[in-house]
Write a protein of this length. Structure first.
Length: 280
């Protein structure tokens, strides 16, 4: 198998909606965005027989099979999201990462709900390693509803160049962000319709969200992460990467699921149309 340029590690998810289910999760949205930016994308995941490894055309999936696939039920009310996880695929470890993928140019470790085993980062040695904090900051209650938690175990961010976290998953625990800004060169805090904040070199900067006709906000933060990493890898400039990523996220919310994840040309048109939106 051809080694990808962009590897995402995390469960591919069955997002359950009133209209049926569709593919979701950080792995899905990030890999699709990377692919539409011209990267060879690969996903390390574990799925059941209901999600075949050719479910995303042009994106290679690797990893051991699981008895079931992870499924999420997302309900939006008053601009807030409530989630349940009716079933969950088995955990992932270093054995799931193909040897030829371990030195991909870009790797994003993006679990959705605790499926990444400790020290998974030691299985990869990319040029650019990033983590999405989301999956480590979630736990399930007895009704399998998603709840926030504070991470108190060994750092999952210890080798990362970039860390992404959303205000939704962080809650009010800003003390966690303080720790990350000490340990990780670039920390990105996404704020849904409020844009994003970026910490680098000892200071915070902010960008507003690009104007968009929102249809479905699911996956926007994952699209942001993938677009940021591709552009950051190309330019080594966090301001350029942030503006590009914010425009990509705005494009993605204008359709359902992955249907409006944008190409580079579409993202650049959004940026050209709104020169006032930039990192400040």
């Amino acid at each position: 198998m051809t080694a990808p340029d962009f590897v995402v590690i995390g469960h591919v998810v069955r997002d359950v909606t009133p209209q049926g289910w569709r593919l979701g999760g950080t792995a899905t949205f990030a890999a699709v965005q990377a692919q539409r930016l011209g990267m060879r994308a690969g996903i390390v995941t574990r799925t059941g027989p209901d999600v075949p490894h050719d479910a995303l055309p042009g994106i290679t999936m690797a990893g051991r099979p699981s008895a079931v696939s992870t499924s999420f039920q997302n309900d939006y009310e008053g601009g807030k999201r409530r989630q349940r996880v009716p079933q969950q695929a088995e955990f992932m470890g270093a054995a799931d990462v193909p040897e030829s993928w371990r030195k991909a140019p870009i790797c994003l470790i993006g679990p959705v709900c605790g499926e990444a085993l400790p020290n998974l980062d030691e299985a990869v040695a990319p040029q650019l390693l990033a983590v999405s904090a989301q999956g480590w900051l979630r736990t399930l209650d007895r009704e399998r509803r998603v709840r926030r938690r504070v991470w108190t175990k060994a750092p999952f961010w210890s080798r990362a160049r970039v860390l992404f976290v959303s205000r939704e998953d962080l809650g009010r625990r800003d003390d966690q962000v303080v720790q990350w800004t000490r340990d990780v060169p670039v920390v990105v805090l996404t704020r849904d319709r409020g844009g994003a904040r970026v910490h680098e070199g000892g200071r915070w900067r902010a960008i507003e969200a690009f104007p968009a006709q929102e249809v479905d906000p699911t996956g926007a933060g994952d699209v942001f992460a993938a677009a940021f990493l591709v552009r950051y890898h190309e330019t080594k400039d966090s301001a350029v990467a942030t503006r590009f990523a914010a425009a990509a996220a705005a494009c993605s919310v204008e359709g359902v699921g992955i249907e409006r994840v944008a190409t580079r040309q579409v993202i650049e048109r959004r940026m050209t149309a709104h020169p006032e939106t930039e990192l400040r």
